[in-house]
Design a protein around this ligand. Structure first.
Ligand SMILES: [Zn+2]
Length: 433
C-alpha cells in the first residue's frame, strides 16, 4: 500500500517538475528568440523553473540579487497589477515585493484593488462585452497636415506622364481614420465596445496640432524645464521652431506617448493599430512602384532602454509572462492572412524591406514581425500593428485617392473598405470559440 502511495506521489512530483520545466522553456524561447534584440535584455533577466527574475545590472545577475521576482503562480495577480494600477502604485508594490513571494492575502488584496472593469455582456452578440481600441495611425485629416507629418503622396503628370488624372493626393491619416470609422461600426454591430484614439484631423489630445501649438506648447515646455526634464538650450531652440520642425523634433513622440496613455486608460481586450505603408526604396515618393506587400508588427526586438525603471521592467515581464505576446501573434497572423486574401497582395518576407531585415525579428507567423515600436512595446493588451498595402503601388494609388463610395455614412473608396473588412474578419476569427 505504502509502495503504491509513494509511486503515485513520485509520479505527481515528476509530472509537476516536467510541467515547470516546460513553462520555463517557453519563457526562455520567448525572451531570447523574440523579445530581445541581439541579446540586449539577456544580462538583466533570468528564468528559473519557478520564477522570472529581473536585475538592475549584469553584476547583480551574477550575484543573483534581483530587483524583484515574479513566481509563475503569481502571474495572474501581476498582470492585474500591471494592467490596472497607476504607474506609481506598480512601482511601490513591486519595490515592496522585491525577492519575496506575495502571500495569499496580498494576492487577493491586489486582485480586489485592481479588478477589471465590469464587462456588460448582457446582449447576446458575438463580441458582447469585448473592449476594442482602434488607433488610426497619424493625425492628418487634410493634405496640409499630412505634409507637416510627412505622411502623404503627391503624383503629378511631370513625374508620372501616364497619370490618368491631373494629380494624385493621398494622406495616410485620412485613410487610417476612414478605415477606423468603418471598422468601429462593424464591430459595434457585433456588440463590441469600441473607442478610437483620435477624431478627424485631431491629435490624441482631442484638439488639432495647430490648436495644441497655440494653447499647450508653452505650458508643456515650461513644465519640462521647471522639473528639470529639459535643458534651457533645448527649451529655447524648441520655442523658436516652426510647426513642421517642431512636429519632428518634439511633438511626434510626445503625441505617441499620449496615445499609449489613451489606449491603456480604456483597458482594452484588444488593440488595432492601423497604418498604410509605402515602398521604402521609392524615396521622395514621386512615382508609383511595382512592389506591394502586407505585414504586421507585434511587440519584441526590444533593447535595454525598455528596462528603464521598475515600470519598464514590469512591462517587459508583462510581455514575457502574460498571454499578450502570443495573442498579439495570433491576431496579427489572422490579420495578415486576411490582408492577403481581401487585398490580393503578397505577404512580406524578412528580405522584402531593409527595416524588416535590420530592425525586426521574424515571429513564428509569416508576415508578422517583432518590432520595437513605442505602441507595440507599451500598449498593455494583445495588439496588431497592421501595414496592409503600399499606397504608392501602381495598382493602388488611383483607387486610394478616391472618395467615391459611402459605407456607414463615411465617404471613402473600395480599398479602404477591403482593409476594414480584413481587420473585421480577423477579429471575428480571433474571438471564435
Ligand atoms: Zn503610418
Amino acid at each position: 500500500m505504502l509502495k503504491i502511495k509513494l509511486s503515485i506521489f513520485f509520479c505527481f512530483l515528476l509530472s509537476f517538475c516536467f510541467a515547470q520545466r516546460e513553462l520555463a522553456l517557453k519563457y526562455e524561447t520567448r525572451l531570447h528568440t523574440y523579445l530581445t534584440f541581439k541579446g540586449s535584455l539577456s544580462p538583466f533577466i533570468k528564468i528559473t523553473e519557478t520564477d522570472a527574475r529581473v536585475y538592475k545590472s549584469n553584476q547583480d545577475k551574477l550575484n543573483d540579487n534581483p530587483e524583484f521576482i515574479i513566481a509563475y503562480d503569481e502571474i495572474k495577480t501581476f498582470e492585474q497589477l500591471v494592467k490596472n494600477a497607476p504607474n506609481d502604485s506598480i512601482e511601490a508594490i513591486l519595490k515592496r515585493k522585491g525577492k519575496t513571494k506575495w502571500s495569499k492575502k496580498t494576492k487577493s488584496e491586489i486582485q480586489i484593488l485592481y479588478e477589471n472593469e465590469d464587462r456588460d455582456a448582457s446582449e447576446n452578440k458575438p463580441l458582447s462585452g469585448k473592449r476594442i481600441l482602434i488607433d488610426p495611425g497619424h493625425i492628418a485629416g487634410n493634405f496640409e497636415m499630412s505634409v507637416i507629418e510627412q505622411k502623404y503622396l503627391r503624383f503629378v503628370k511631370d513625374s508620372v506622364p501616364n497619370l490618368p488624372v491631373d494629380s494624385i493626393h493621398i494622406s495616410e491619416g485620412i485613410l487610417t481614420f476612414a478605415t477606423a470609422q468603418i471598422l468601429k461600426k462593424q464591430l459595434e454591430e457585433q456588440g463590441a465596445l469600441v473607442w478610437l484614439t483620435r477624431d478627424d484631423n485631431k491629435t490624441s489630445f482631442g484638439i488639432t496640432y495647430q490648436k495644441w501649438l497655440s494653447t499647450r506648447k508653452q505650458i508643456v515646455l515650461d513644465s519640462l524645464l521647471e522639473c528639470g526634464a529639459m535643458e534651457k538650450t533645448k527649451y529655447n531652440k524648441l520655442k523658436k521652431e516652426d510647426e513642421k520642425t517642431f512636429f519632428w523634433s518634439f511633438f511626434r513622440d510626445h503625441e505617441l506617448a499620449n496615445r499609449v496613455k489613451v489606449i491603456n486608460k480604456h483597458k482594452p481586450d484588444l488593440t488595432i493599430i492601423i497604418h498604410y505603408n509605402v515602398d521604402e526604396k521609392n524615396t521622395d515618393w514621386l512615382r508609383p512602384t511595382d512592389k506591394n506587400f502586407c505585414m504586421a508588427f507585434v511587440p519584441g526586438g526590444m533593447n535595454v532602454d525598455a528596462l528603464k525603471g521598475i515600470n519598464g521592467k514590469a512591462n517587459v515581464l508583462r510581455l514575457l509572462l502574460t498571454d499578450d505576446f502570443p495573442l498579439s501573434e495570433k491576431i496579427s497572423d489572422l490579420t495578415v492572412k486576411e490582408f492577403s486574401k481581401q487585398l490580393e497582395n503578397q505577404v512580406a518576407k524578412k528580405t522584402d524591406a531593409d527595416y524588416l531585415k535590420d530592425n525586426c525579428i521574424s515571429s513564428s507567423k509569416q508576415g508578422v514581425f517583432c518590432r520595437n515600436l513605442a505602441l507595440c512595446r507599451l500598449v498593455k493588451s494583445p495588439l496588431v500593428y497592421g501595414e496592409c498595402l503600399y499606397q504608392d503601388n501602381k495598382n493602388e494609388y488611383l483607387e486610394l485617392s478616391k472618395a467615391d463610395k459611402t459605407y456607414y455614412g463615411i465617404n471613402t473608396n473600395t480599398r479602404v473598405k477591403a482593409v476594414s473588412d480584413a481587420y473585421f474578419n480577423a477579429i471575428m476569427q480571433f474571438y471564435k470559440k
